[in-house]
Design a protein. Structure first.
Length: 140
């Protein structure tokens, strides 16, 4: 019995002789892969690495500031906390860049690209974010 026209057909028929319904297994369409997630991920990773460096500079900047001041203003604790927060956000950006290169977990790649915007080099992570965003269909 044909599921499309309801007429009786042979059990081993590949095509219904009445309506033309094809019962052969169709191969799954092959996803077209571009280099956009790869380039976007690399740009995000570069921005994340510079952000880690900046976080380290900020984290240890307070000790330098305290040594220059005649009075202890408490810069060391404040800058250490800010630097550590900066480094944590940069690590999330780094993980997002890695997932973009692997074409896995698009949402985490986007979050990582957004966090990489905090690093100071604005154009690299922005281009990376755009490339990752437009290549959503290539991710698993």
């Amino acid at each position: 019995m044909c599921v499309q026209c309801g007429k009786s057909i042979a059990m081993d028929a590949n095509v219904c002789q009445y309506c033309g319904k094809d019962y052969r297994v169709q191969p799954a369409p092959v996803k077209k892969q571009t280099v956009m997630p790869l380039i976007g991920g690399i740009l995000v990773i570069i921005a994340a690495l510079t952000e880690i460096y900046s976080g380290l500079v900020v984290a240890f900047w307070g000790d330098t500031m305290n040594s220059l001041m005649p009075v202890d203003l408490g810069f060391d604790t404040l800058t250490l906390i800010c630097g550590l927060v900066f480094i944590i956000l940069a690590l999330i950006a780094l993980i997002g860049g890695i997932f973009a290169i692997q074409r896995k977990k698009w949402s985490l790649a986007i979050v990582g690209a957004v966090f990489s915007l905090l690093g100071g080099y604005f154009i690299l992570p922005l281009v990376g974010l755009i490339l990752i965003a437009v290549s959503k269909s290539e991710f698993d």
